[in-house]
Design a protein around this ligand. Structure first.
Ligand code: AGP
Length: 610
């Protein structure tokens, strides 16, 4: 996902822009650039590849570039390949802009602009937006009007930072469906896609709402609605500090964030237990309201969807309420059957994933009650859902989600306990015991799993050269297998799939040949014997099997090539320590293969485009 930074103040903006872009690298990108006011005009420096390429260009072309106001961008290519020309900023002699999002009607707009005499050098939709604003600026001479008239024609998603040559020192900003904040400090003001870009300078910010147009000056921020009425904004304070957004001595953000899991569980769960019982802290979601839901739908993408699978298992087993889990990009186009008796749980670390946000909006249109489980405060999904349960995991910078997943499933457990209690499926004593597991035993088990780091690295080293690696499981272990497989493939690029173990003989066992690694997740007691049978099936066809199980698992050492004992928790909570172990195995595999652990190829931290 693209990253935007802007600064106007008393300092040289160039180093701030570069540092801000580096703090946004985790969002994934393939080119970068800056535009700054200088010598009566706007100087643009942009390049394909890493931000360091922009720094090198600045040094070689300008020796040193000084400007009190500028904007910067990291581009994650959508329209047009990664290249110098396609990098942002884009614009004309009158203006330069940076953009995060997708202009959906770019073809029609480009046709109209060509008819108006414009030519284009890049393949991007962003350049089209910049020339539309230019056209309106030439006809009105007014930046606000130029932006307002352009927004009336732009369709799609955008966060825009704009410099107008005739207005040095000012940054104009607006957004629709892509995130953008305006941060304020003693020494100048910023725009940014996300708070980590400015945490070094300030944690105070305004959240720009849909369609608002902000004018940022070094000592003043004015936000207008589309009718040019000033909007009074609430100043927000991020509870993240710069250390939280730095590596803190770890080699990678991912290993740091895995190690933060025990603390993240406590931070997320503890405030939601009162007198030993679950307390969501959402007055609008009363017990009666919770009891009114006849069906629950969980909608998310990627790892968040996998957390939803654990949530389904927990809610169905504890509260006996039917739960559907949908991939957001499928849900939004399947004409879902929803009404006021439905609860739709939307899970998202970033709170900005386009498909998930669209699924939220569709659910609300259809009358369902929407509950968001989100890690980033003030994000679009958090603000648009009927209710929001934050996962207080702190900033998750690595593209591969780890601690966010762990706290997402913990919130799902909490919700399952709450639903079970208010539907009289469990007693208050059961609920208190379950919460003691969640708040006390689960963090301990995660800590114990972290201590198995060397064993995880040994497994990684043994199987890192695999071309294909399969995960199998039954019940909640199948839910785990799906996430473990995604984690491994997205950061090590090893082809991996997860299969319901009972499905192997219906086709996929044909893929097993001599030496094929199979990681069998066997933490479900009631399904253990079935798993052993499935393990024997794949062993008979030459597979190398790693069993992930609890101590004392009968017969494991006889059938497997490797047995990995994970710390024990009561049944449905086993995903917590088991996933920590599987995340560590994926992490070490990626490191041993020399992959870019925190920023895997082709991936972005939050996919704000469809
Ligand atoms: C997680 O490892 C992946 N990078 C990805 O699947 C991610 O979970 C997905 O894009 C959803 O993101 P969200 O939680 O921010 O909505």
């Amino acid at each position: 996902m693209c990253g935007i930074i802007g600064y106007t103040g008393n300092d040289n903006s160039v180093p701030k822009l570069i540092e801000g872009l580096k703090a946004l690298e985790y969002r994934g990108y393939d080119s970068a650039g800056v535009a700054v006011f200088s010598d009566g005009g706007i100087t643009v420096v942009k390049a394909k590849g890493r931000i360091s390429n922009v720094e090198s260009k600045i040094k070689s072309e300008y020796d040193s570039l000084f400007s009190l106001c500028g904007i910067g961008h990291t581009r994650w290519a959508t329209h047009g390949e990664p290249s110098d020309i396609n990098s942002h900023p884009h614009g004309t002699q009158n203006l330069r802009l940076v953009h995060n999002g997708i202009i959906e009607n770019y073809i029609q707009l480009k046709k109209e602009l060509i008819e108006a005499g414009y030519t284009f050098e890049s393949e991007t939709d962003t350049e089209i937006a910049s020339k539309l604003i230019d056209l309106n600026y030439i006809s009105t001479g007014d930046p606000f009007l130029a932006i307002k008239l352009s927004l009336e024609k732009l369709q799609g998603s955008y966060a825009l930072g704009i410099l107008f040559k005739d207005f040095p020192g000012k940054i104009f900003a607006t957004r629709k469906d892509s995130p953008l904040i305006v941060a304020v400090s003693e020494n100048g003001n910023y725009i940014a896609s996300d708070i980590p870009a400015v945490l070094k300078y300030t944690n105070k910010y305004y959240q720009l709402e849909q369609g608002e147009i902000a004018v940022i000056e070094k000592d003043k921020v004015t936000v207008y609605d589309i009718g040019h009425n000033i909007v009074e904004k609430k100043l927000l304070v991020a509870d993240w500090d710069i250390d939280a957004a730095e590596k803190g001595g770890y080699d990678h953000f991912m290993i740091k964030e895995i190690n933060e899991e025990p603390a993240a569980i406590v931070k997320t769960i503890r405030p939601r237990i009162e007198n030993g019982l679950p307390c969501l802290g959402l007055p609008e979601l009363s017990d009666d309201k919770l009891r009114s839901f006849k069906r629950i739908n969980i909608v998310a993408c990627g790892t968040a969807m996998h957390a939803g699978l654990i949530g389904r298992t927990a809610i169905e087993r504890l509260a006996r309420i039917p739960v559907n889990v949908d991939i957001a990009s499928e849900f939004r186009y399947k004409n879902p059957i929803l009404d006021k008796d439905d609860l739709v749980i939307i899970i998202s670390q970033s709170g900005e994933t386009a498909d998930t946000l669209a699924a939220l909006r569709l659910s609300k249109e259809l009358g369902a009650y929407t509950l968001a489980i989100v890690n980033v405060a003030g994000s679009s999904i958090a603000r648009e859902a009927d209710s929001t349960l934050y996962t207080w995991a702190g900033p998750e910078i690595a593209v591969a989600s780890t601690k966010a997943y762990t706290v997402q499933i913990c919130v799902m457990y909490l919700l399952a306990i709450k639903l079970a209690l208010c539907n009289n499926k469990i007693t208050e004593e059961n609920a208190k015991e379950s919460l003691r597991v969640l708040l006390e035993q689960a963090p301990e088990a995660a800590e114990m799993a972290l201590k198995l780091n060397d064993e995880c690295r040994r497994i990684s080293d043994k199987y890192k050269s695999a071309h294909d690696l399969f995960f199998i499981g039954r019940g909640i272990d199948y839910d785990i297998a799906l996430e473990a497989s995604l984690k491994l493939k997205e950061i090590s690029y090893i082809h991996s799939e997860a299969y319901a173990a009972g499905e192997l003989k219906h086709g996929t066992i044909s893929l097993i040949t001599d030496g094929t690694p199979v990681i069998a997740i066997c933490t479900e007691d009631a399904l253990y014997d079935k798993m052993i049978s499935n393990i024997k099936e794949v062993k008979a066809r030459g597979a190398k099997v790693v069993i992930i199980c609890k101590k004392g698992a009968v017969g494991a050492e006889e059938v497997a090539d490797d047995v990995f004992y994970v710390p024990e928790l009561p049944g449905i909570y086993m995903p917590i320590p088991t996933m920590t172990v599987l995340q560590l195995i994926a992490y070490h595999t990626s490191v041993l293969l020399g992959c870019d652990v925190d920023k895997p190829r082709n991936l972005a931290k939050s996919v704000t485009v469809e």
